[in-house]
Structure formats: C-alpha cells, structure tokens
Ligand binder design. Structure first.
Ligand code: 5AD
Ligand code: SF4
Length: 436
C-alpha cells in the first residue's frame, strides 16, 4: 500500500501552485496525497513569510501537530516554502519538524525523505537560478475540475523595500513556453475551462528561444488554444504593464477583463521609499490606459498601510487614489517589518500599531463602499459566467464568475459545473452579484 502525505498550504497562489508540484513529485515516489490528516504518515506545511502574522499562524499549527505526533509517533512533518527558506535550520528548534525544504529544492524531496526515514533530520534550502519545475505535471489538489493555476515564472528581483520574496524565492526566471502551452492544452482536454497564469511579476516574463517571447505574446498563444478556455493572470507590476499587453487582453474574449495591479500606496514619496520604481502619476497613467484600451475591465489592487514614515497626508493620498481608480476589489494590509529587507535595514518601522490599525480600517471601509458601488453598477447588465462551484450559503444555488472575476450566484436549474451561461444581474452585496 502507498504511504500517504497530507499537504497544507499557506500564503499566495504561487505557493498553492507549488504544493501541486510537490504533490506530483510525491505521487511519482510511492506516496499518494490524502485530504485526511489522520491517515497520513507525512504532513507537509507549505509556508508563507510575507507578514509576521502569516508566520505566526504556521507556528500555531506546528504546536497542534506536536499533539498529533504524540498520538502517532511515526508521523513525520516537513516544513516547505518561504518560511523554510527564511528561517532555515532555526526551524529545527521546533522539535516537531523533521524536514525543511525551500521553494527551489522540491525535486530533492525523495532523497531527503530517505534520510528522514532513517530517523535523521534533513534540509535543503538551496535557491536555484534555473529551476522552474518545467516538465512536472502538477497534481491538482483543491479540485473543482474547472479552474487551475499554471506557474509561468519563479522568483522576483524587484526588491521592493518591504518585501521578503526576493530572499525566499530567489532570482527571477521564466519557464519554457512550450511546457506552459502543453500544460494548458492538457488541462483543456481534461475539461478545465479556466487557467490562471502565475508569477510574482508576470509582465517581465521573457523567453529567448527560436523566437523571443514576452508576456503579451505568451498570453496570446495561450488564448489561441481554444476560445472556451478562459485565461487570467497575476500579478502585474505597474512599472511594466505595457499597452501591448492591454491590447492583447482587449483583443481576445477569452482573456478575462480583470487586472490586478498592486499600487501599495498613493503617495509618490512612500512609493519611492518602497522602491516601487513608479510614481502616483505613472500609476494613474496606467489605469487610464486600462480604462481606455479595455472598457469595462475590473481593476483590483494591494495596499500596505502604515509603511515607515507614512504621514496622514500620505495616507490621504492613498484614499484619494482609491477613490479616483474606483477599485472593484482590494487586498489591504498593515505594514509588517521583515528582517533583512531594505526597509528593515535602512528605515524605522515608526508608525504606532494603533495608527496602522485605524488607517487600515479607513481604507477597508472605503473599499467596501467602492466594491458595493461597482456591484450596484452591474445591476441590470448581462454577463457570461463560467459556473465553477456551489454557493457557500445554499445547496440549491451555484456560483460562477464573470470575466471581471466577480462571483455571481445563480439558481441550480439545469446548470452544471463548467457550463458557460449568460445571465442578467438583479441584485448584489459588496461581495457578490445575484442573478435571476
Ligand atoms: N507588510 C505588509 N504587507 C506586505 N506585502 C508584501 N510585503 C509586505 C509587508 N512586509 C503585501 C503587498 C503585496 C502582497 C502580496 O502582500 O501588498 O502586494
Ligand atoms: Fe507567496 Fe510571498 Fe508568502 Fe512566499 S512570502 S508564500 S511568495 S506571498
């Protein structure tokens, strides 16, 4: 009988995609992936370091695993991902951990597990300049059979001053486009209808083969696989989102009209300290380009509040920019200092916790209002939606997404997962649209 591994993922979509690569490596090496932790002989925690609270969540989880291991002393625990990379063998202070593996070392898992099986502790946190897990076909973990992630590049070398990612995921490298297209084709043939191309900064995708391929060209090639395959992508950096890319998005109906463009702050002074390499004006120019080239495109963002030296004036500039853009959706965070980053080394984390919290609340309240406004504007309009799940609230309802990535709740009727249907919106909340 095959041994069973349970994989739990924290953090971003990239990490989720990595867990699927890990799942694939494990299933090729005498394991099967289980969704029931109690039947596993091996537990992997794929971790995130982006903010202190992400790491604390993992620390609490490790304490729970200690209790599980008491009941089942044979159980082995592996810590994967960004925290493994950042903390390296300091993590062995948490006695429950048998194995630590950084984001570029997953091919070494079978080897490392041999050592663990002999009762040793094992680690590999070497970062690579080439690893893209090119030809590994991910095992789809959280499977609705409709939507899947495809990782197209790894790493990041933008060195935003607050960000730990360049240290945990290493240098930027792009994956061979042929393997990306094959993976997308295979998914389509298996019945998948939506893929999200993932990278820390997809706009700087670049491949030099017989032909030089940038992200706009890659996106077009993927869109041409089949008009019934929807394409999304994340994340774009404002400094290099080109008009060429926007024109490709506009040209193909199956490229979703939704762009995630993290602004982080509305103040040019703070953006400079963050080393974002663009100003408020540059960002506004890119938003104007999106609205001009792709009318009706949804725009979402990430915002950090309470970054080093942020004044009330800076905060107000963030608020006025949010209003000016009219974001459909936003992820908002309090600044959390990460050791070794440029900000940790050179700047003071000097905004008191209560000020960070108050500013965060203000922008969350504003975003709720903006999302509701945006959804209200959709009432009476018709959208094509792809059905991808059942409603969380009612078994009699299904949920889907429109091209703008908004969740739409529809009655079950004859509809099925994977169907495209066109519906009219009759109501909404700030989080969802409701159809007839
Ligand atoms: N503190 C708070 N938020 C952060 N992010 C990245 N680093 C930090 C940090 N140190 C946010 C950014 C990024 C998102 C993924 O997480 O907004 O876009
Ligand atoms: Fe993803 Fe960044 Fe968290 Fe790593 S630190 S898992 S790259 S969000």
């Amino acid at each position: 009988m095959k041994k069973k591994v349970y994989i739990e993922t924290y953090g971003c979509q990239m990490n989720f995609s990595d867990s699927e690569i890990v799942g694939s490596i494990m299933t090729n090496n005498d394991y099967e992936v289980t969704k029931i932790i109690n039947e596993a002989s091996l537990v992997f925690i794929n971790t995130c370091s982006i903010r202190d609270n992400a790491e604390q969540r993992v620390s609490r989880r490790l304490k729970e695993l200690r209790a599980l291991k008491k009941k089942n002393p044979e159980l082995k625990v592996g810590l994967l991902g960004c925290m493994a990379e950042r903390l390296q063998d300091k993590i062995f202070e948490e006695e429950v951990v048998d194995l630590i593996v950084g984001p570029d070392a997953y091919r070494d898992l079978p080897n490392l597990l041999n050592a663990v099986d002999k009762g040793q502790k094992a680690a590999n946190v070497i970062l690579s300049e080439e690893e893209t897990y090119d030809e590994i076909e991910p095992v789809r973990l959280d499977n609705n059979g409709i939507s899947a992630f495809i990782s197209i590049m790894r790493g990041c070398q933008n060195f935003c001053s607050y960000c730990v990612v360049p240290y945990t995921r290493g240098k930027e490298r792009s994956r061979n486009p042929e393997t990306i297209i094959n993976e997308a084709k295979n998914l389509f043939e298996k019945g998948y209808r939506e893929i999200t191309l993932l990278g820390q900064n997809v706009n700087s995708y670049s491949w030099d083969g017989d032909e030089s391929i940038n992200f706009a060209i890659l996106l077009e090639k993927v869109a041409l696989i089949n008009p019934l395959l929807r394409i999304r992508f994340a994340t774009s950096h404002p400094k290099d989102i080109s008009d060429e890319l926007l024109h490709i998005v506009a040209k193909y109906d199956n490229i979703c009209k939704s762009i995630h463009l993290p602004v982080q702050s509305g103040s040019s002074r703070i953006l400079k300290l963050m080393n974002r390499k663009y100003t408020r004006e540059w960002y506004m120019n890119r938003i104007e380009a999106i609205k001009r080239i792709i009318p009706g495109c949804a725009i979402s963002t990430d915002i950090i509040t309470g970054f080093c030296s942020e004044t009330e004036e800076d905060h107000k500039e963030t608020i006025s920019l949010m209003e000016w853009v009219g974001y459909d959706y936003a992820f908002m965070f309090k600044y959390s200092e990460r050791s070794n980053t440029l900000a940790a080394k050179k700047m003071k984390d000097d905004i008191p916790e209560e000020v960070k919290s108050r500013r965060l609340e203000e922008i969350i309240d504003l975003q709720r209002k903006l999302s509701l406004e945006s959804n209200n504007n959709d009432i009476g309009k018709s959208f094509e939606i792809l059905i991808d799940g059942t409603s969380k609230r009612s078994q009699l309802k299904l949920s889907g997404r429109n091209s703008q990535n908004k969740v739409v709740i529809i009655p079950k009727n004859e509809n099925q997962l994977g169907d495209y249907i066109t519906i009219k919106i009759k109501g909404c909340s700030s989080a969802t649209l409701i159809s007839e």
